[in-house]
Design a protein around this ligand. Structure first.
Ligand SMILES: Nc1nc2c(ncn2[C@@H]2O[C@H](COP(=O)(O)OP(=O)(O)O)[C@@H](O)[C@H]2O)c(=O)[nH]1
Ligand SMILES: [Mg+2]
Length: 224
């Protein structure tokens, strides 16, 4: 289970966004990771974020995880949402092929236009508990493993298949993204902590409150 603000010393503060169509399960992923719970509250009312502190590869990493507020249906999140972002998690629903199309056609474009160039990106297929054989989702509604691999190869993103409901691969996803962000910003390694946080961290928002097959395992882009 994720540790929350258990460490006195922070080496890195990273801002992480979850992007994807409404209903794909973004808030559920955040809630599972930050609070280790799953419930069926329907919507996020405003932009929420939670903070989680993890100890990864000898570094203490604080993740500020930003979750959208329902504006994702208009595809018009404000620039401030993207500013000073270090990591992005693109979420689609494994039972909804259109949501993967929208990652390609909308969300990736938004990130290219508005987020920093060196942002680390990861692709997530959500609700893998629903798309298991024998459930009520037909094959034609499923996103195929080939399509997912094409997409993750094309944009050189790691891929994770998750279930917030069953807590599958959620922690692995955030750990992997954290490792990517640490390695991207490892130039800052020699800066002593805690007095001098990496400069990019100082631009991040300070949290005010916590957020109230390959398909099974996920995989990494070969060149990442
Ligand atoms: N079966 C299942 N349902 C999920 C999962 N994650 C989210 N949901 C459901 O999908 C719906 C939308 O989830 P939500 O997190 O609000 O999506 P968001 O709009 O992208 O934030 C809710 O009814 C959730 O209960 C999951 O892992 N498995
Ligand atoms: Mg939501």
């Amino acid at each position: 289970m994720a540790h929350r603000d258990d460490y006195d010393v922070t080496d890195y503060i990273f801002k992480v966004l979850l992007l994807g169509d409404k209903g794909v399960g973004k808030s559920s992923i955040v809630r599972r990771y930050v609070e280790d719970r799953f419930d069926t509250w329907p919507t996020t009312i405003c932009v929420e974020y939670g903070t989680v502190t993890r100890h990864i590869n000898g570094k203490t990493v604080k993740l500020q995880i930003w979750d959208t507020a329902g504006e994702e249906k208009y595809h018009c999140l404000t620039d401030i949402y993207y500013r000073n972002t270090h990591g992005v998690i693109f979420v689609f629903d494994l039972g909804n092929p259109e949501s993967l199309e929208n990652v390609r056609n909308t969300w990736i474009n938004q990130v290219h236009a508005k987020a920093p160039d060196d942002v680390c990106c990861t692709l997530v297929g959500s609700k893998n508990d629903v798309t298991s054989p024998g459930d009520d989702v037909t094959n034609s509604q499923r996103v195929s493993a080939d399509e997912i691999r094409r997409m993750s190869d094309l944009y050189c993103m790691s891929y994770f298949s998750t279930s917030a409901k069953l807590n599958k691969n959620i922690e692995k996803l955030f750990d992997h993204l954290s490792e990517q962000m640490i390695s991207k910003h490892s130039d800052y390694d020699e800066i002593p902590c805690p007095d001098s946080l990496p400069s990019f961290a100082l631009h991040s928002f300070q949290p005010h409150s916590p957020v109230t097959d390959p398909e099974e395992q996920g995989y990494c882009c070969s060149s990442s």
